[in-house]
Write a protein that binds this ligand. Structure first.
Ligand code: IPE
Ligand code: IPE
Ligand code: MG
Length: 252
């Protein structure tokens, strides 16, 4: 009798860096008559499962948009609830990251987060900084526009101090002042919940990313959704400004 052959894990090359705009927690809760915070609580579970699903598929960097600079404008109890969940998540995950060799880091203006959260972020980052196989990046109090402002200010200071040359007009120099000098640009950006906007996420780094939009609400996002997004990515041709013909291997 023929043995059943397991399906391939994914259908083609796996993007090295996947970035996800985790959206739809509120709608997930509302559809069930639950408070918005319950949607966020379930969303944290999806963060956990997706972190390991991506690693198992061979992804090297996973960036998750967890809290935007604009999200402070939400009702105070929701912001407080999100901070409480972040605290719970960080406390619970540190041991898991160490055990499973996950390098943890953040992007965003974390200095504006509550002091207890900052301490947990620093501890988690420090305890995992020597791991190199897989990196989880949480975007917290992140906005691409504030990131560019911060980079421009740091770059101007470096020029004033004589560490950079104002005549250097290369992207490779300036981009070192963004928050991601140690990370490859995202290859694939996924947004859940059916919204098709970027909402101030990684505007510079996603210049040549492929985008996949899925109607799935974040608390329902599964490994199958992630695999489907990667399969979609694999059907794209990334041309980076070239023609399709230029990308084809030449036959002589
Ligand atoms: C995403 O879910 C989580 C955060 C932005 C913190 P939302 O809270 O935006 O959920 P919707 O968009 O209201 O459904
Ligand atoms: C984007 O989601 C921010 C995060 C996922 C953290 P939002 O729900 O805040 O975005 P908008 O307001 O719909 O654009
Ligand atoms: Mg939303």
């Amino acid at each position: 009798m023929a043995e059943s052959i397991p399906p391939p894990a994914v259908l083609g090359p796996v993007p090295a860096h996947i970035a996800i705009i985790m959206d739809g927690n509120g709608r997930w809760a509302k559809a069930r008559g639950l408070p918005r915070l319950e949607g966020h609580r379930r969303g944290v579970e999806t963060v956990r499962t997706t972190t390991f699903a991506a690693r198992d598929l061979g992804v090297k960097v996973l960036t998750l948009y967890a809290f935007s600079v604009e999200n402070w404008k939400r009702p105070q109890d929701e912001v407080g609830g999100l901070m409480g969940l972040l605290e719970y998540y960080l406390k619970k995950e540190l041991a898991t990251f160490v055990r499973d060799r996950v390098r943890f880091r953040t992007i965003g203006r974390t200095a504006d987060l509550p002091a207890n959260i900052q301490k947990l972020l620093n501890d988690t980052t420090a305890a995992t900084q020597h791991f190199s196989d897989y990196t989880l990046v949480l975007a917290l109090n992140y906005g691409a526009r504030t990131e560019v402002v911060d980079a421009a200010r740091a770059y101007a200071a470096a020029v004033a101090a004589g560490r950079e040359n104002l005549n250097d007009d290369s992207w490779s120099t300036f981009s070192r002042y963004l928050t991601t000098p140690d990370l490859p640009d995202p290859d694939l950006v996924i947004r859940t919940s059916g919204e098709t906007r970027i909402s101030n996420f990684l505007l510079m780094q996603a210049a040549y990313a492929e985008f996949v939009f899925t109607p799935t609400l974040w608390p329902d996002f599964s490994k199958a959704d992630l695999t489907a997004a990667i399969a979609d990515y694999n059907r794209r041709e990334r041309r980076f400004g070239l023609t399709s013909e230029q990308l084809k291997p030449t036959h002589r």
